[in-house]
Design a protein around this ligand. Structure first.
Ligand code: GDP
Ligand code: MG
Length: 162
């Protein structure tokens, strides 16, 4: 069986856009209105000749009460079925309470985590990722899921732990 990479993070950070970038197709549903991804969707992926499965997560209503709790539950399920986790945050927003809820799940899970700082569309935004070292999840990998900037380096880091 090929290894499984779960993509987790709060709504609207760009998980599905990043999944499309990783699989090289436009299949994961990207919406300006967040929360449209079904709970979990799996895709076949390959990088440097290695096959793996990518699991996109979502499916919560961002306006619902108890959002952080729903995100936490979803992250727990995704992490439990994965061999490694790609945790996505929005570098232009920084860390929110909903992000922290995911971080607590990741700390408890004994799975390798790669931290993606998404929406780093240009050099200038890259400076905003340094604060993410404070999450204690290791090196933040700046990436622009939309433009592809940094995605090769990110995938190299993922394959090192997958
Ligand atoms: P998800 O809810 O985490 O799956 O996020 P989506 O992939 O649906 O993206 C949410 C919004 O962020 C959409 O409007 C995307 O076009 C936008 N987005 C995703 N990645 C990037 C990026 O690298 N840069 C910028 N500027 N916007 C992005
Ligand atoms: Mg999504």
């Amino acid at each position: 069986p090929v290894p499984v990479l779960a993509i987790v993070g709060r709504p609207n950070v760009g998980k599905s856009t990043l999944v499309n970038r990783i699989i090289g197709r436009r299949e994961a549903v990207v919406e300006d209105r967040p929360g449209v991804t079904r709970d979990r969707v799996s895709y076949d992926a390959e990088w440097n000749g290695r096959a793996f499965t990518v699991v996109d997560t979502g499916g919560w209503d961002p306006d619902a009460r108890g959002l952080a709790e729903r995100i936490r539950e979803q992250a727990e399920i995704a992490v439990s079925l994965a061999d490694a986790v790609l945790f996505v945050v929005d570098a232009t927003v920084g860390i929110t309470d909903a992000d922290e809820a995911v971080v607590r799940v990741l700390r408890r899970a004994e799975k390798p985590v790669v931290l993606a700082a998404n929406k780093v569309d240009d050099q200038r935004t890259e400076a905003e990722t340094y604060g993410l070292w404070n999450l204690g999840l290791g090196e933040p990998h700046p990436v622009s899921a939309i433009h592809g900037r940094g995605s090769g380096d990110l995938l190299d880091a993922v394959l090192e732990v997958l």
